[in-house]
Each structure stands twice: as C-alpha cells, then as structure tokens.
Write a protein that binds this ligand. Structure first.
Ligand SMILES: Nc1nc2c(ncn2[C@@H]2O[C@H](COP(=O)(O)OP(=O)(O)OP(=O)(O)O)[C@@H](O)[C@H]2O)c(=O)[nH]1
Ligand SMILES: [Mg+2]
Length: 285
C-alpha cells in the first residue's frame, strides 16, 4: 500500500484549545495546555499515524495578527507563520464561548492569503447550546471559501473522531516524514521542561511566568526505573527569586510537586524532580 501524508496547522486565538485538540487526537500530551494566555510558544508537531496515513499537526502559538512590537511576540509570530507555510490544510479553531465576529473575519482574511484549504472548528461546544453555529457558518461562508465546519469539544472529546475521520480523506500519496513510533518533533526533555513552565503558569501571576526559561540539567533513569530530573529555573531579574520561592519556600514546593506529578502521569513512571533557581548572568543561588 502507498503511504499517504497530510500536514495540518492549527491556528486561532490564544486559549481557543489548539493544544487540547492536538493532545486529544494524538492521545498523549505533546503540548501543554493552560487557562493562561500564550501557553504554547514553540512550534510543536504532533504526529498521528492511522493505517497508511501520517497526519502531522502543527500546534502554533495563539496570536492575533495585530501589530506586535515586543520581542517575545515576534518569536511567537515567526513560529506561527512557519507552521502555516509548511501545512497543506489550515484548521482555524474558534472558542465558541467567546465568539467575536469581527475578529474571526479579520483572522480568516489573513489566512486566506495563504491559499490553502481551510476548515473552521468551533471548540468548547460543551459550553454552548445546540444550533449556535448556524448563523455563524452562514456569515463566514458568505465571505470566505471554507472547506467545512465542525463543532467539537477538545476537552470532553466530543466530535473529535468525526473531525479526524474527515481530515483523513484529505491525505495524498507521499513518503512519511516521521517514523512509525514518533509522536512529536519534541523529545521528553522538552515536555518535562514544559511541565515545570506550566506549573509556574499555574502558581504565579502576572508577567513572571513569561520571563523564565527552564533548562534541563539532568535526566536519568535509575536502576529501579524511576526518573531523576534536575532543572534550572532561569530568571532574568533577581527580584523574581523571592516570588518564585514564596513564603518558607512553599511556592517552589507547590511548583515542584505539580510538575513532578504531571511528568509522572505523562511518562508513566515515578519521578524525582529537583529545581534550582538561577539568575541569568549571575552565579547559581
Ligand atoms: N470547556 C472547555 N474547555 C476547553 C476545551 N478545550 C480546551 N479547553 C480549555 O481551554 C484552555 C486553553 O486550552 P489550550 O489548549 O491551552 O489553548 P491554546 O489554543 O493551545 O492556547 P495557546 O497555547 O495560549 O495559544 C485550557 O484551560 C483548556 O482546558 C473544551 O472543549 N471545552
Ligand atoms: Mg497552546
């Protein structure tokens, strides 16, 4: 049998549920999800092989196409366009509980320039009554050439199989890019670093989570099968240290336990996680 391929980018505003949908389709956590904005920063590829078909999903950073001035947004934007350019098909995900017509029309206006097939997915349909989508479908398809519309809940796994089956009809004859066992372009070290970043997003507020880097220092399976991980939380401002540590170290403890539990769940093994805070251009503390 001939191998078939399809490259799909998932785009949409931050928090629309792009990473949730990828994880649901792949069946494993390849991209972290969080209720905070701009959770995904890198271009993450999730791979799903179904019989002779290889589906490659690009999870892009959620962005509006507004003019961005800061350096961080420039990086996110570059990763977004990289995913869009590489793909054969674009899935535009809309959080239906926060639908904004003007915004969606603007978004579609930008992505139509890429001249790729576009599927519109209404996500979080668990939060909406039935038939909400009909007038929206009418408006969007009057203005744009949309291949098809789907209504799903990525979180509660409603309509996702149906969407996947439809995507499968779009594959074309081509060599696979990834081998049979691979599920992501990122390795386990990346996802374990991301778990700590996610725990920090959950525990801390304001700008701090967006100004840290997680660096892996040790990743070792012990004889008993447990996994030992050391990570540095790299900050660029010494005043963040106190905030991350918390009173009597209770914040860093909470972050460590949350991340450790999550890694353990994803990698299905007992994990011993050690965290150190380091300040960029300063010695370890
Ligand atoms: N109720 C409900 N919540 C959902 C659904 N899908 C995702 N969420 C939640 O929405 C939040 C954002 O989901 P993500 O998958 O991280 O969103 P994203 O589009 O990847 O966001 P960025 O990475 O910031 O661009 C998380 O708290 C998810 O649990 C859904 O179908 N229903
Ligand atoms: Mg994401």
């Amino acid at each position: 049998m001939k191998k078939k391929l399809l490259k799909i980018s998932l785009v949409g505003k931050t928090n629309a549920g792009k990473s949730s949908l990828i994880n649901n389709i792949i069946g494993e956590t390849v991209s972290i999800t969080n209720k905070k904005i701009n959770t995904t920063e890198e271009l993450i590829e999730g791979i799903k092989n179904i019989e002779d078909n290889q589906l490659i999903f690009y999870d892009t950073p959620g962005l509006n196409f507004a003019k961005d001035v800061n350096k961080k947004n420039k990086k996110l934007k570059k990763n977004l366009w990289e995913g869009l350019n590489k793909s054969d098909l674009i899935i535009y995900i809309i959080d239906i509980s926060k639908y904004n017509q003007k915004e969606s029309l603007n978004y579609l206006d930008k992505i139509k320039e890429l001249k790729k097939q576009i599927i519109v997915v209404f996500n979080k349909n668990d939060l909406k009554e039935k038939n909400f989508a009909l007038p929206i479908i009418k408006t969007l398809s009057n203005s744009f050439k949309i291949d098809s519309f789907f209504s799903i809940s990525a979180k509660y796994n409603l309509g996702v199989d149906y969407l996947t089956q439809y995507i499968l009809t779009k594959t074309y004859n081509a060599k696979w890019i990834y081998s049979n066992e691979e599920i992501s372009n990122k390795d386990d070290i990346f996802i374990t670093n991301e778990c700590t970043r996610n725990a920090i997003l959950n525990s801390l507020h304001k700008e701090i989570p967006y100004n840290i880097n997680i660096i892996n220092k040790k990743y070792k399976f012990l004889k008993n099968g447990h996994l030992k991980i050391r990570q540095n939380i790299e900050i660029n401002n010494s005043r963040y240290k106190k905030i991350i540590l918390g009173r009597n170290g209770d914040k860093i403890k909470e972050i460590r336990i949350n991340s450790q539990n999550n890694i353990s769940k994803i990698l299905k093994t007992k994990v011993h996680l050690y965290l150190t805070i380091t300040i960029l251009n300063a010695k370890e503390i």
